[in-house]
Design a protein around this ligand. Sequence first.
Ligand SMILES: *Cc1c(COP(=O)(O)O)cnc(C)c1O
Ligand code: SF4
Length: 364
Amino acid sequence: MLKKQDIPAQDWEDWQWQFRYRLRTLSQLDEALNLTDDEKESLTKTTRFAVGITPYFASIMDPHDPNCPIRRQAIPLGAEFISHSNDLPDPLAEETRSPVPYIVHRYPDRVLLIVTETCHMYCRHCTRKRRVGFHEEAITSEQLAIALKYIEEHTEVRDVLVSGGDPLSLGDERLERILAEVHRIKHVEVIRIGSRAPITNPFRITQQFVEMLRQFHPIWMNVQFNHPNEITAESTKACERLADAGIPLGNQTVLLRGINDTVEIQKHLVQKLVQIRVRPYYLYQCDLVQGLEHFRTPVSRGIEIMEHLRGHTSGFAIPTFVIDAPGGGGKIPVTPHYVLYQTPEKIVLRNYEGKVFTYPEPIK
Ligand SMILES: *Cc1c(COP(=O)(O)O)cnc(C)c1O
Ligand code: SF4
């Protein structure tokens, strides 16, 4: 079993070692954790969605607690195999918004560029499950050329979001080539990278890697911390390195039943995130992906969480709660109601404590 204390530090802290030795089978995981019958059975099924967990991410699980929030994100349960009437094969209609393979163009001025379908760790709640993890393939040079041509021809695209899968499962050289190509396009003003590597394989963020990224500024990065237990010495170091290289970090949390769906956990999470210079960006309502029903929370829970953040903690620690609209409508913010009513003369509001205030409109 790959336990930290048995592994030489130069291996344990080598991201490629972590990636190569991802735990993928029942027998490997059974050695690492005290698995429940449900987990064992789920791991024997020919799963529709890959299992892969870095030894590091497994090391931050509680081996004895089946409800461990880290474990629940990584190890399948039987519930994952049950279909529900609201499930959609492609809830965000990404395939219909894909003008060429590997590009999703849903908003006027920005596109998503999918560079790989491989991840350091396969999240059970992945929204892109339909295509992630099957073949562990990355975009080919020919496919990349077609995607880049699309971006070049669409001069309205000023923001390119490099995502996947996890783009940081590619090596530095490959990523550097991709980023250089995107950076070269004149009308692209900013590149964003979406990655879970700082959380699932923090050793990926080497000094050499951040030096490479710096060539392509302005580079922003969005990560996905879902629980305060993911903020470890290792993930902290990864985020600090990125922030020190001038890369603004945003966090996109998925609201997950039984994992992080309380006010206390979310408040603790956002407060810890700002300490490591990661700004909470989005809190996502769980998408209608097949096998995610058991993770879904009522929308009212998200609203309640927002109600208990705004005013109660630093404004820059507060994410926007969004529903990514089924059918491809994009992210729609959902907030508690602060406007009680509005007339041409005034607006009547309540504050975070429930006190009521009137703001008069300009006199015409
Ligand atoms: C989320 C997303 C974006 C980025 O949206 P922002 O609100 O700008 O962060 C862009 N394209 C697609 C397809 C997305 O899903
Ligand atoms: S890292 Fe992202 S793409 Fe990969 S499994 Fe998790 S949510 Fe899906």
